[in-house]
Design a protein around this ligand. Sequence first.
Ligand SMILES: [Zn+2]
Length: 155
Amino acid sequence: MLQWQLSNRRKYQIFTMIKLKSIIQHILLIRGTYLMKILRYKFVDFIPEELEGDILYISLEFKTAIHLCPCGCGNQVVTPFSPTDWKLIFDGEPVSFYPSIGSWTLPCKSHYWIRNNQIEWAPLWSEREISKLRKKEKKEKKKFFKRRKKHFKSE
Ligand SMILES: [Zn+2]
């Protein structure tokens, strides 16, 4: 009987945690919709020592971009452009990055999209979801480079 009560209590705790997580995510999504941060972009040859908070610094020469995390934590977020990393979408006016940016290694664990110069907040991910994604990315990268090697060999 005691066992049953405990397990029910545990179930309730898990249920509450899931509920809480979904409420937080909804707040973040609402915040993301109403407080969409607008960024400017700069194509640069060199990354300046001091970064401004609302600027995306893009270097085509080094195939990378850098910006300060939009949550305000002050950390730098580097997004290299490559077939297995990010894609820069630029039509002469706003810029977009694909896919979303997840700062999993930062304490803030920010997750957002950059679409048409705007930060759109995405749901927070759990440690489990993050480690699953990282494993998947690693696998895809491995596959990509294996395929590329094969391709160059056959030429
Ligand atoms: Zn941050």
